[in-house]
Design a protein around this ligand. Structure first.
Ligand code: PGA
Length: 251
């Protein structure tokens, strides 16, 4: 027992319409059936759905989060959404630094760190993503790259209550490929040690999620690895049945 409550978080990416509320209702009803999971359940839909889903999920065991935010609270930033707005909409957590943001929007570690600081400023939980590309993995640079992202992206004041790390190898996202359990364990151990350097005594309580092609058939094996404190799930979180099946690892 680690004393850390695991998290199973769904990242819906750019998927979902108002009509998808049936999946949220099905997850809420699944959470209330059978033994209560020993993990927190979180769904991060697109920003358009955060307020509506948060209302549906209020007073349930499901938390609703968001996928990105701007580093500033308000201002002349057309098209952007602040952490304060997402908090106001009912988000409990915000993913920052997802590899798709880093790649598609050129987000640097500095940008990710500023966004994470904005999340903490609203007293929400920041889920900070790190992970190597295929070329970096093949070049033997995984530990160095992930440690660098962690050092560059962790904001001041990060602690066990407000910060979650998600290790997501870029080449495993949406591909059906996953690292070996040994490779996942090696990276998660390194992240824990690096967090000890960066956040001292808080490190022991920080959750480190694995993400990248997590599905019902591989979740138990991945979640059993030391220092894996849950999952960040993309594709398999879009269907309530698959999300609940992954969560059932913790029942
Ligand atoms: P995937 O995505 O589960 O579809 O691989 C994970 C993620 O990008 O968070």
């Amino acid at each position: 027992m680690t004393g850390r409550t695991p998290i199973v978080a769904g990242n819906w990416k750019m998927n979902g319409l108002k009509a998808s509320k049936g999946e949220i209702e099905a997850i809420i009803s699944g959470l209330g059936t059978g033994p209560a999971p020993r993990a927190e359940a979180l769904i991060c839909p697109p920003a358009t759905l955060v307020a509506g889903f948060a209302e549906i999920a209020s007073s349930s065991a499901l938390a609703i989060g968001a996928q990105d935010c701007h580093a500033r609270v308000s201002g002349a930033h057309t098209g952007d959404i602040s952490a304060q707005m997402l908090a106001d909409a009912g988000a409990s957590s915000i993913i920052v630094g997802h590899s798709e943001r880093r790649a598609d929007h050129g987000e640097s570690n500095e940008t990710v760190r500023a966004k994470a600081a904005a999340v903490l400023g609203e007293r929400l939980t920041a889920i900070i993503c790190v992970g190597e590309t295929e070329a970096e993995r093949k070049g033997g640079k995984t530990l160095e790259v992930v440690a660098g992202q962690l050092r560059g992206s962790l904001p001041e004041g990060a602690n066990a209550a407000n910060t979650v790390i998600a290790y997501e190898p870029v080449w495993a996202i949406g591909t059906g490929l996953t690292p070996t359990t040994g490779d996942v364990g090696e990276v998660h151990d390194m992240i824990r040690r690096e967090l000890e350097n960066l956040a001292g005594g808080e490190a022991a309580g920080m959750r480190i999620l694995y993400g990248g092609s997590v599905k019902p058939s591989n979740a138990a094996e991945l979640m059993a690895i030391d220092n894996v404190d849950g999952a960040l799930v993309g594709g398999a979180s879009l269907k309530a049945d698959d999300f609940l099946a992954i969560l059932s690892v913790y029942r």
